[in-house]
Design a protein around this ligand. Structure first.
Ligand SMILES: [Zn+2]
Length: 150
């Protein structure tokens, strides 16, 4: 933390109030000019809640997102790095929506968009599980859409 008086980076925390309104508050002292000041810590970015198909809400989980994509990409020529990049991208897109809640379907669509470029097989697998394509006709439609977009 930079001292607001002399710009020195050499400051120490005198005490911390975790219960302060608006976020954790710390009393600091500059080791160079000895002046004191306070800082407040806030969470800058929070991920929205995910609205599931049945209406339940759950916390956005990067782990869960990664797991779903990994399963879809199993035994496909998709590197762990490519999966990581896709997860990063989807996470950033969801955060950028700046919404308190986002439907799972919207996140699923973002994943599908990315998977389409990575692996057609993974794309179809993900579509079947996450878009809940439980009848052959919808699976067929999804494949036709995919083939048609080439
Ligand atoms: Zn100072």
């Amino acid at each position: 933390m930079r001292c607001p008086f002399c710009q020195s980076l050499d400051t120490k925390v005198l005490d911390t109030d975790h219960k302060a309104a608006g976020g954790t508050r710390r009393r600091r002292e500059c080791k160079v000019c000895r002046r004191r000041f306070s800082t407040v810590e806030r969470v800058v970015e929070t991920m929205p809640l995910v609205i599931k198909k049945d209406g339940r809400r759950e916390a956005f989980s990067r782990t869960k997102l990664t797991e779903g994509i990994r399963i879809a990409c199993a035994k496909q020529p998709v590197s762990a790095e490519a999966i990581e990049r896709l997860v990063d991208r989807v996470e950033a897109q969801v955060a950028a929506m700046n919404q308190p809640e986002v439907p799972a379907r919207v996140i699923g669509d973002l994943v599908l968009e990315g998977l389409r470029e990575l692996s057609k097989v993974a794309y179809i697998r993900y579509a079947i599980v996450y878009l809940n394509l439980n009848d052959l006709d919808s699976v067929k439609r999804e494949i036709e859409k995919l083939v048609g977009s080439q």
